[in-house]
Write a protein of this length. Structure first.
Length: 358
């Protein structure tokens, strides 16, 4: 059995019944069955897993096909879940997350007739700079660019409040997490340079590539304590990077009784979870849903291309959300400054990079 429940988009016939249709403006390859396997955190993480599922659901509905979507509760589920997706008749399998890299490579190598994609990983287990199997398409995001804008905004907000302290905490130290933290800290530094300010950052050292982590992508006491450790240092803006750990960060902020706020990651957190919208200054967006949607549609039409996709500010694969109810609390002219920075990054006038950049 698959390690977690299989969710079919719709009901009735099994995936094998998928046939050619006229969905999405063109014929679908006969028997096309798109499938999705989550990382830990599940489909309701308000972050990367949920975003991927939303993209898959939208594509499947538009194409008029049934998809298979399976959750992984731990790393022990990856390999058996992938094996069972193959057995289910999946023809295009998307793995959600860096941690599924090795198991996805193994599955793709064993099934060269199937097509795969993986989010946040090059599927390069031997580190030779090449994807390990020709039937895996990496879906990557240069999130450092958007996080740079988020860091600049956080610094401006903290400076306006007279606190001048911001921080970040990650789930586990892997590239899709630390790339946010790199951009955030560098964006704060840019604000300090531009304004002659002295906003301090806590929780991440870009040069040393180490900092504060909760140890998992789970909302639990460890995550809350890690967030509290930064709040205890006096920060008033917190960036939690790691799916559900934002919930623990929100609990820590509320329990502290202060006025600290936080930034969301991946999705627009203020919209994804209205229960914390009053705490969300802005969100650093990684448009996983669109990348999944586009790759499913292309593959459905027989246009699969294993060339890596890289989301950037220029192609709108990454970005910064609005400021919602915090708009009136922002320093005058900040949104214009952020837009100018965005254009400078796109043009190459400002180079923003990370050791974890794709």
């Amino acid at each position: 059995m698959i390690g977690a429940a299989v969710l079919l988009a719709g009901c009735g016939a099994a995936p094998e019944s998928n046939g050619a249709s006229a969905g999405a403006g063109g014929d679908v390859v006969d028997g096309f069955t798109p499938c999705l396997i989550s990382d830990e955190g599940g489909w309701n993480d308000k972050s990367f897993n949920q975003s991927a599922k939303e993209g898959m659901d939208r594509a499947a509905e538009e194409l008029g096909v049934k998809s298979v979507e399976v959750e992984s509760s731990s790393a022990n589920d990856y390999a058996p879940n992938l094996e069972n997706l193959v057995a289910e008749g999946c023809t295009f399998i998307i793995s959600v997350g860096f941690k599924l890299g090795a198991d996805t490579v193994a599955s793709a190598t064993a099934n060269p007739n199937l097509q795969y994609a993986i989010i946040d990983d090059r599927a390069d287990t031997d580190n030779d700079g090449e994807t390990d199997a020709p039937n895996i398409k990496p879906l990557l995001f240069d999130t450092v660019q958007a996080a740079y804008l988020g860091g600049y905004a956080a610094a401006a907000y903290s400076a306006e409040a007279g606190v001048n302290k911001v921080g970040t905490v990650g789930g586990i130290p892997i590239p899709p997490v630390t790339i946010f933290m790199d951009g955030f800290v560098d964006g704060v530094q840019k604000y300090n340079e531009d304004k002659g300010a002295s906003v301090q950052t806590f929780g991440w050292d870009v040069a040393a590539q180490n900092g504060s982590f909760t140890g998992a992508f789970a909302a639990n006491d460890a995550a809350k304590q890690a967030a509290q450790g930064l709040l205890d240092q006096g920060i008033d803006v917190l960036l939690p990077v790691g799916g559900p750990i934002y919930s623990s960060a929100a609990d820590a902020i509320r329990d502290s009784g202060g006025t600290s706020v936080m930034l969301g990651v991946d999705s627009d957190l203020a919209q994804a979870d209205p229960a914390v919208s009053d705490l969300v200054l802005t969100s650093i967006l990684k448009r996983i849903d669109q990348a999944v949607y586009d790759s499913v549609l292309a593959t459905a039409k027989g246009e699969y291309d294993a060339t890596p996709y890289v989301g950037t500010l220029e192609n709108e694969g990454v970005g910064l959300s609005g400021f919602g109810s915090f708009e009136s609390a922002l320093p005058s002219g900040l949104t214009d400054e952020i837009e100018a920075l965005r254009q400078q990054i796109i043009s190459g006038e400002i180079t923003v990079t990370s050791p974890s950049s794709p």
